[in-house]
Structure formats: structure tokens, C-alpha cells
Design a protein around this ligand. Sequence first.
Ligand code: 6PG
Length: 479
Amino acid sequence: MSAQIGVTGLAVMGANLARNLARNGYTVALHNRSVAKTDALLAKHGDEGDFVRTETLRELVDALEKPRRVLIMVKAGAPVDAVVDQLVPLLEEGDIVIDGGNSHYQDTRRREAALAEKGLHFVGVGVSGGEEGALNGPSIMPGGSKESYDALGPLLEKISAKADDGAPCCAWIGTDGAGHFVKMVHNGIEYADMQVIGEAYDLLRSASGIEPAEQAGIFEEWNKGELSSFLIEITAEVLKHVDAKTGKPFVDVVVDAAGQKGTGRWTVQSALDLGSPVSGIAESVFARGISSQAAQRAIAQETLAGHEAEVAVPENFVEDVRQALYASKLVSYAQGLDMLGAAGKEYGWDLKLDEIASLWREGCIIRAALLKDIMAAYKGDSRPANLLFAPAFVESIGRAVPAWRRVVATAVQLGIPVPVFSSSLAYYDALRRKRLPAAVIQGQRDLFGAHTYQRVDGEGTFHTLWGEDHSEISAVDTH
Ligand code: 6PG
């Protein structure tokens, strides 16, 4: 029996994707560096579908129908290169190597180009949804050549999550690293989304004195409205959880230092290269960084003055926080999507933002009711220059602004850090502002470095002779 797809790397994500494929009727060849893992999977789940046990990559390749499809599910970075190097000599022209890990899109572009020279397809696939999603239906973001998608797409679409309207949460994203790029930005939005929820929790607890168990009920309520999303849902579960050992809320016994594997950081690094202002996403990465600076935090608690003001918490503060959370969350999506627009131009990807929003509707970590409206906002020819300019969002974010300002002002007075709430509001206000202080910066640049400037009242590039008589000359901006 020849298998339709092979999976190498059977840690949880690989094993669950293999099981998902088998449960959907595909014959799956299995390989892992240590055979014990393959055997454990077969012993436990071998009856879920048709699997072919292999011990070596040679056996894996020989077990596959042509063109061969080999899914690599190993740790991002050097391990992917190691497997690719071993696989390539065993493959034939037209075969497809798939990397389903969280690889950096530049690595994917490099690997795609290298394999294309050998007549092989390399497909970087973003997979979101954690272990549960991998097994029952993830959101899938494949890159690589269109031709490879013709051979691979049907399998991926079959195992992907399905949206309300039955559409698979999987679509070809674009060439080379486009799939991994979109997955990376998904994770950037994920970081911001998680941080704004954290900020809402902190405000409700520190400003309003609402304990975690009671907050769980509030989040459950919020999950019924416009904030409805996977992350709000699981936050209610986390807040409700009581530590068995101490009887304390679980969130009080967990060290408040957030870990990170790198995709959020990559998003910000790439955004800086693209000149994309993803301020909320960046703040969420920095917030994780500060949380992990235990030594400095300990010193600061002893030494730095707070001078918190004794302000009354506004009436209906819970509702205010809900609205601020909604607005900040929307800004994170707007920034992430804006970055995708910039990347599309830079890398020549024709990224379809409506399709991307569509395949984020189910299966992935940032799945949210909101994505249906985001998808609608980018449908047809009416692609807004920024998500916030879509009529539906102009209206909904506008409604949230008074509460958003109250929440940020209250947080500042009380000394509660809300980096994403406040930077998102600053982004919103900066976009709206008629005159930004950037003119002063242009003046400074021109003064100390003759960097030149443009005038509001005409074409051209100018320089003021600051060290002489302050007269203005026409100049060419060479900096
Ligand atoms: C997903 C997630 C996943 C990610 C984890 C951990 O979409 O399923 O984004 O791919 O690896 O969420 O990320 P951090 O350790 O960086 O928080």
C-alpha cells in the first residue's frame, strides 16, 4: 500500500497532524528519528486509520506515491535543514517537501530557492491551533509554488478547520515564504491579543478589586458579544481555575514571567525592516520582556516612586474596560494586516487579506467573531487602506473611544501599566492627527545633519542654512 503523505517528526504536533490525516482517510507513512515514538503512536492510535511504519527516511520516501509529499514536523531552525539535507538526495523531481513548523519565513525562502534548483517543491506551511487544532482541524497557511498547492491543497483543506459557512480554513497564501510570514504575523497578533486581555484582567483586579473567579464570569459574558474569541474563552477557564495545592487562584501561584519562543519577536523585527508601525504588537513583545526581568523588577519595587493619584474608578468601569479591550484588539489586527500589505509589496506576494481573515475564522489561536467582519471589510474592490477605515469599524471603534480614553487615563493615574491599551490609542490618535510633531524632527535632522525637508506649500526638497543666515536653499535629499 503506498501512502499519500509521509510525516517525519512525531512529537505532539507531528503526531496529531499525522492522526488527523489518517482520520480523514489518507494513508500516512510515519517516521521519527527514534523508532520508539513511531511505535508508541501506532500502539495508541494505529486503529484510527491507515499508517505505514517506517524506520528510515529511505523507507519513508519509498512508501510514498508520486509526486511524494513529505511533511517535516521538527523544531524550527537547524533541525529543519538537517532533515531537508537528508531527504533531498532521496527525492525525485516534482516531489514536495513540506515544513509545518514555525520556521522563519526567510529560512523558508532560502530553502524554497535551493530546492527549486533541484526541481523539488519546498512548501512552508503555517499551522495554528496548538495540539488540539492539529488533531481536530487547524488553520493552515501554505506558501510555496501554486503548482505544489494543486497537489497538496486538497489534503490540507480536508484536515483543516471549517468556518461557519463550511469554507476550509486553508488557502494558498503565496509563493515561497508567504505562508510562514502570515503565520508569523498571526502570532504577532496573538501576542497583542493575549497582552490586552492581560491588561484588562489587571485593571479589573487592581482598579476594581474583582477577584479572578468573579472575572471568569465577566469574561464568559464578554465571550457572548463582539469580543467572542478563543482567547477570551480560555481566559475565563484560566481565571476560574483554583490551585489544588494552596486553594489560591491559579493565576496567583504562577510566576508572572511570560515565556516566548520567538515568533512575536520576529514579527516586530520584520515590521521594523518593512517600516510598518506595529506598535501594539511590539509593546506586547516588550511586555513579555519586562515581565521576565525579575531582578530589575525586584529593585524597582524597592526604589522607584509611584506617586499614584487617588482617583475614583469611573462608574461602569467593567464596561469601559470591555470597550477598551475591543478597540485595542482591533488596532492589533489593523497593524498586523497593514504589515501584511507592506510585506506583499516588498516580497511580491499577492496577499488576499479577505482570504487570510477567512482562514483565521476557525482553528487558529486568534479565531474570533470579529474575523467575519474583517473578512467582509476586505471583500471585493473596497479594500480599505487600513482596517480601521472600513465603515463597520469606523463606527464600532468610534463608539469605544470615550471608554478607551477613560480606561487609559485611569490606568495612568493608578500606575497600572497598560502598554498595548495606551499605545493602540496613541496609534489611533496619531493616524487621526492633522499635524504631527514630525515637522520638528525634520527641522532637527536638517539642522544637525542637513537631512533636508519638504514644504507644505510646494514641491521640492529644501535645506536651511542653519549655521549661516537661516536662508533656505533648494536641495536634493541624499540621506
Ligand atoms: C499557534 C501558536 C503556536 C505558538 C505558541 C507558543 O498558532 O498554534 O501560535 O504556533 O508556538 O502559541 O508561542 P510562544 O511560546 O512564543 O508564546
